[in-house]
Design a protein around this ligand. Structure first.
Ligand SMILES: [Zn+2]
Length: 146
């Protein structure tokens, strides 16, 4: 997927994408390298799910090569809890060190990672999320680099 600046006929450069906190829509931003004009594409939950289910890679999205977590992310972005075992109980608390480690991840995946790890910890019955829990969740979910 590419965007071309109408004035310059230049392929616009991907800037960032960010899953929103409501878990459905997604903003994808591009700028023209020639004139600097910027555009953002906002998808609604259904469109996000459609794009992802087609296996389209958006921008620099690094997680698209991971089928299993993507299926969970797809469900999360579709606006509901994952279709797997419905998590129950209160949200686990993120410790300060865990949050620091999360902050080291690329901005556009932090929301998804946070949601996935929180769900994982809740399903495991953990009261808090520490770096050790993050490592465990990362391995269990087949993620890398978080
Ligand atoms: Zn331009």
């Amino acid at each position: 997927m590419k965007f071309v600046c109408n004035d310059c006929q230049q392929v616009m450069e991907f800037v960032d994408n960010a899953p929103s906190e409501d878990g459905g829509s997604m903003a994808i931003s591009y700028t023209c390298p020639s004139c600097g004009r910027g555009i953002s594409m906002i998808t609604n939950p259904g469109e996000t799910q459609m794009v992802r289910s087609l296996g389209v890679t958006i921008g620099h999205e690094a997680l698209s090569a991971q089928p299993e977590p993507m299926a969970m992310i797809r469900d999360a972005l579709a606006g509901g809890t994952p279709a797997t075992t419905a998590p129950t109980g209160p949200d686990p608390v993120w410790t300060e060190t865990a949050l620091k480690r999360l902050a080291a991840a690329p901005t556009f995946v932090q929301g998804m990672v946070r949601r996935l790890y929180t769900d994982y910890a809740r399903q495991k019955g953990y009261a808090e999320i520490t770096p050790a829990v993050m490592t465990e969740a990362r391995d269990a979910l087949g993620m890398t680099g978080m």
